[in-house]
Design a protein around this ligand. Structure first.
Ligand code: 3PG
Ligand code: MG
Length: 400
């Protein structure tokens, strides 16, 4: 980290948008763990920390009477765990900005940590309100952004706040820098062949990514429900599978574009099909082009798994975004697990592998393979937009 934080009050934006259970206990602290190197570095340098994050979408998930559900979305739920992780008793401000936050920030001494309340309790956060950003900026002398997971949002705390700090008093944290560097490793002059595995429910969510991949990937493996839009576009019988009827032409255009660019597209030749969308549905194998009425494809089949693995084993760079099937249901998680293992195997043979997106990351973690792939991104939407070639507001604000 180039920014000098020694003895400074450092306002740091992290993405502590972690999942909580109904007792408000953290069920996966990956995002907190990943921010620790930056937080520790600043404390080690004699800085103090003013930590801000959002948690959930409190403006959208209001209570029946229209008020904010402060109990559910308070960052207070994270105080004790963060204290444990840092070995410091973390102080908490019940307001993100304003008198209380200012008073607590003003009295911080080197090595101390203040966590601010959920930035999204202010409607101005998501609107990128300048006045809110100015009040946030007033709390610290240096601004560090380590919130890659939220870097695609042009919010007050992620982007607007940076304009109030001179170039030498703002910068990226280690996590943000690592996310940028690893994504660039895939995008800029990667070792070939490059293989992208793209999954998930809808083609429409991934159009920009797929188009971009046509420009630099050698192989494109397509799984998840979106594969059935391709299968139907090619004249296959897809039964009750999830198909975006209005994207059939687009699917064919994408295949044409890939062909024109010499990209080898592999669609799942077979599927695990089910008679309903349920964990305990009846299920069997079928050709992805011959799914009977009343049945739907919920995972890639054994032949598709073998086809995908063969390509992966010969790859030098691998990018994976999106699950191969309905990963939340055990009966339809096999394809995603198989691909996860194949990515890990290819990595052990020297490939560089980058995993982004919630379900693919969950699969890697669940299988205990996080250490066996090259990089696991903390960004879902953020990584997708980065790979699509968009300039992320959280990154641009630091650079400008
Ligand atoms: C996420 O989990 O996707 C990030 O924290 C961003 O949250 P958002 O999608 O609610 O903006
Ligand atoms: Mg999101």
């Amino acid at each position: 980290m180039q920014t000098n934080v020694q003895g400074k009050k450092v306002l740091i934006r992290v993405d502590f948008n972690v999942p909580l259970n109904s007792d408000f206990q953290i069920t996966d602290d990956t995002r907190m763990q990943k921010a620790l190197p930056t937080l520790r570095h600043i404390l080690d340098q004699g800085g103090s920390l003013i930590v801000m994050s959002h948690l959930g979408r409190p403006q959208k998930k209001r209570k029946d009477d229209g008020s904010l559900d402060r109990e559910k979305f308070t960052l207070r739920h994270l105080v004790s765990h963060l204290s444990e992780l840092l070995g410091v008793a973390v102080q908490f401000s019940t307001d993100t900005v304003g008198e209380q936050a200012e008073a607590m920030a003003a009295t911080l001494t080197p090595g101390q940590v203040l966590l601010l309340e959920n930035t999204r309790f202010y409607a101005g956060e998501s609107k990128g309100d300048d006045e809110l950003a100015r009040q946030m900026a007033a709390l610290g002398e240096v601004y560090i952004n380590d919130a890659f997971g939220t870097a695609h949002r042009a919010h007050a705390s992620t982007a607007k706040v940076a304009q109030f700090f001179p170039a030498d008093a703002k910068g990226f944290g280690f996590l943000m820098q690592a996310e940028i560097d690893n994504a660039n490793k895939v995008l800029q002059d990667p070792d070939r062949p490059v293989t992208a595995i793209v999954g998930g429910a809808k083609v429409s969510d991934k159009i920009l990514l797929l188009e971009r991949l046509c420009d630099f990937a050698n192989n494109l493996l397509i799984g998840g429900a979106m594969a059935y839009t391709f299968a139907k576009a090619q004249g296959g019988q897809t039964g009750n599978s999830l198909v975006e009827e209005d994207k059939l032409d687009l699917a064919l255009e994408l295949l044409d574009k890939a062909k024109a660019k010499g990209v080898n597209v592999v669609l799942p030749s077979d599927s695990i099909i089910a008679d309903q969308f349920a964990a305990d549905a009846n299920h069997q194998e079928a050709s992805s082009a011959a799914i009977p009425d009343g049945w739907m494809g919920l995972d890639i089949g054994p032949n598709a798994r073998a086809d995908f693995a063969k390509v992966l084993h010969e790859s030098k760079t691998i990018l994976w975004n999106g699950p191969m099937g309905v990963f939340e249901m055990d009966a339809f998680a096999g394809g995603t697990r198989y691909v996860a293992q194949a990515v890990a195997d290819a990595t052990s043979k020297g490939a560089f592998s980058l995993i982004g997106g919630g379900d693919s990351v969950a699969a890697i973690n669940q299988l205990g393979l996080a250490e066996e792939v090259s990089f696991v991104s903390t960004g879902g939407g953020a990584m997708l937009e980065f790979l699509e070639g968009k300039e992320l507001p959280g990154i641009a604000a630091i650079r400008s």
